[in-house]
Design a protein around this ligand. Structure first.
Ligand SMILES: [Zn+2]
Length: 373
């Protein structure tokens, strides 16, 4: 039995909006190639697993019949009455032939990761095509067609697990929040750039703590643009870790978006590879099984590095920082960790620090009493 599974197939590249779209899934392949170059698939700690497609019944755990039918029609190139109502259009989510099949394959990777965790075959499983946290029950959003994060949390709950969902993507995990907003059985925690300066704009604020029976089971940690390793480490220490301790989950669904990194072209955060990996290490430190799911990340080379660091960490393998020649020659990358550093001005830094302290105080007053009651 390997400690960690890595779900991947080159068929993942079929999820393709357009040539000029920010989401380019060659990054998933680069991640696989980098792991391969390090010889990780020859080791007993990691198992490379090819996913098989999920089915319509899996989608139905979260999505409406009408939305699924629209996906199926667009998949065959059949036009639908009002594509915009389902989130499809020329901007973020243009329809493409084969989109339903591509979605089922991604979801199949996540489903297999869940199955392996429930059966105990692996302690950790990472599906790098997953993490599509913006998809809503009745519409596509933010490059996401099916909310595999929400479906995974539902499947784990059905298997008797107590689930915490932790989202470190630069963007608010709005779709997952929406799915579980009134549901106390899944604790959702999202750390992200404040929606004041980043998509999805309307949600992700600290005062969104759930509704009805779910009140107190939704945690948002909005970070100011420019927030870096120190502020994120503070957020884990003061907010995430005590929240987890109070909730006592038995499994973690971890969305590992890489767009919080300082060189990401869409977001404005200032995490380094070490600061990003520190969050993953904190989560591993809980000692729980983890279903890790990809997510955002638009500097392709950086995504490949960060998710390789993640997969090695899950497997408990130390990698030399110098990238093997086979990968370095093809992709022009020399080191696993950053070779440059972000620069954040002193006054922005002070604002970021003040912000995360204030967020911690607010949550300590609003959410902590519910979770520790
Ligand atoms: Zn993102």
């Amino acid at each position: 039995m390997s400690q960690a599974a890595f779900l991947y197939s080159d068929a993942y590249l079929g999820y393709r909006f357009s040539r000029s779209h920010p989401l380019q899934q060659v990054r998933l392949q680069m991640n696989c190639r980098l792991l391969e170059a390090y010889g990780l698939f020859d080791r007993s700690e990691i198992e490379l697993v090819a996913p098989t497609p999920a089915g319509e019944a899996d989608l139905r755990l979260v999505h409406t019949a009408e939305y699924i039918a629209a996906l199926q029609d667009l998949n065959r190139g059949v036009s639908v009455d009002d594509p915009v109502r389902h989130g499809f259009g020329a901007g973020d989510n243009p329809a493409f032939p084969g989109m339903y099949d591509a979605t089922l394959l991604y979801l199949g990777g996540t489903k297999e990761a869940v199955r392996r965790i429930v059966s105990g075959e692996n302690k950790y499983a990472f599906n790098n095509s997953g993490g599509l946290h913006h998809a809503m029950p009745d519409r596509a959003a933010g490059f996401c067609l099916a909310n595999d994060c929400g479906i995974a949390a539902k499947q784990l709950t059905e298997a008797g697990c107590r689930v915490v969902y932790i989202d470190i993507d630069a963007h608010h995990g709005d779709g997952v929040q929406h799915i579980f907003y009134s549901d106390p059985s899944v604790l959702t925690i999202s750390l992200h750039e404040t929606p004041v300066t980043l998509f999805p704009r309307l949600t992700g604020y600290v005062d969104e703590i759930g509704d009805g029976a779910g009140t107190g089971f939704n945690v948002n940690v909005p970070m100011l643009a420019g927030s870096s390793d120190e502020e994120y480490a503070f957020a884990f220490r003061e907010i995430v870790n005590p929240t987890i301790k109070a909730f006592k989950p038995t499994v973690v669904v971890l969305q590992v978006g890489a767009d919080g990194h300082f060189d990401d072209p869409l977001a404005h955060l200032a995490l380094t590879s070490r600061g990003w990996l520190h969050m993953v290490q904190e989560v591993i430190g809980y000692g729980l099984p983890i279903v890790a799911l990809g997510g955002g990340g638009y500097n392709l080379k950086t995504v490949a590095r960060l998710w390789t660091l993640l997969q090695a960490q899950l497997a408990g393998v130390q990698l030399p920082d110098e990238v093997p020649a086979a990968y370095a020659d093809q992709y022009g990358e020399t080191n696993l960790h950053d070779t440059t550093a972000p620069s954040v001005g002193a006054s922005i830094k002070a604002d970021c620090e003040r912000n995360v302290r204030s967020v911690a105080q607010t949550l300590q007053a609003s959410v902590f009493p519910v979770l520790t009651a």
